[in-house]
Design a protein. Structure first.
Length: 95
């Protein structure tokens, strides 16, 4: 009978603390610029917090999946095409 693997909670907590520290650094570094440019001191902080929350949600979802699913070519190529599509959307479409 194969043993079940547990997620690495220590690594998850360290990653979460680094994300929180990064969001705090963005807030302390950009408050004045956001106030002058956008009249909102929380502009950059909120954007960074939303991106961090989305990234942590994706990390948590991937952490729950069995890693044997990543060995299937369908999963690999689907994820690769999604990443390439997002890069095209972010970097090459006019704003």
């Amino acid at each position: 009978m194969p043993r079940t693997l547990k997620p690495d909670h220590t690594l998850f907590v360290i990653t979460l603390s680094l994300v929180v520290l990064g969001v705090a650094m963005v807030f302390s570094a950009s408050t004045m610029i956001a106030t002058e440019k956008f009249k909102d001191p929380n502009y950059f902080w909120l954007r960074q917090a939303m991106a961090g929350a989305l990234g942590m949600a994706i990390l948590f979802a991937i952490m729950k999946l069995d890693y044997h699913h990543y060995q299937k070519p369908v999963v690999v190529f689907t994820a690769l095409s999604a990443v390439i599509g997002l890069c095209v959307f972010v970097f090459f479409l006019p704003s």
